[in-house]
Design a binder for this molecule. Structure first.
Ligand SMILES: [Zn+2]
Length: 181
């Protein structure tokens, strides 16, 4: 969860504020112990997510079962990775589609790309961005400037897609797939 931390002499105890523009802010008194903001965010995670969900314009998500969603996600992600990997000059070992509770994608040292099947509910460009993001990690492992410059070069419009994910990601994570096949 991304949050801004602000030190203020006007508060006696640390608190979390969720702003209408979806910014999450932790306000801590001066000389708070190290890690105070992180602890507060951890403890209030459920509450923060409920506040954000209330603010969010609700997406109308189509009905899909998890099995069908996973199949579709795998097909789409495979197509994007097969197309984009040569452009980036990288090779990946395999694609894994899972149901991570907090993340959209990851890239292991062995070259396995893992993706959240719920990306299939996002606009196609968002799924593509996540795939490109993970492929870029095969060239630059961290989120350094060099990494973002690379993402920008291969996917110039990625900021919009990243923003979409920040704004609506929790709705995808809260989505309950239909249970019938
Ligand atoms: Zn990353």
């Amino acid at each position: 969860m991304e949050a801004e931390v602000r030190v203020s002499g006007r508060v006696r105890r640390p608190r979390v504020v969720v702003h209408p523009d979806r910014r999450v802010e932790v306000v801590v008194p001066p000389r708070s112990p190290r890690g105070t903001a992180e602890r507060l965010l951890r403890e209030h995670r459920g509450w923060i997510e409920r506040q954000l969900a209330r603010l969010a314009p609700r997406l109308v998500l189509r009905e899909v079962s998890e099995a069908a969603g996973r199949r579709e996600a795998r097909a789409l992600l495979t197509a994007v990775c097969e197309r984009e990997a040569p452009r980036l000059g990288v090779r990946y070992a395999r694609i894994r589609v899972a149901d991570q509770r907090t993340r959209w994608g990851s890239c292991s040292q062995s070259g396995t790309l893992s993706f959240n099947w719920r990306l299939v509910l996002a606009p196609p460009g968002v799924l593509e961005y996540v795939a490109v993001h993970e492929l870029c990690h095969l060239r630059v492992a961290d989120h350094s400037r060099r990494f973002w410059a690379l993402v920008e070069r291969v996917r110039p419009g990625y900021r919009e897609e990243r923003r979409w994910l920040r704004e609506h990601g929790h709705e995808l994570l809260a989505y309950r797939p239909v249970t019938r096949p």
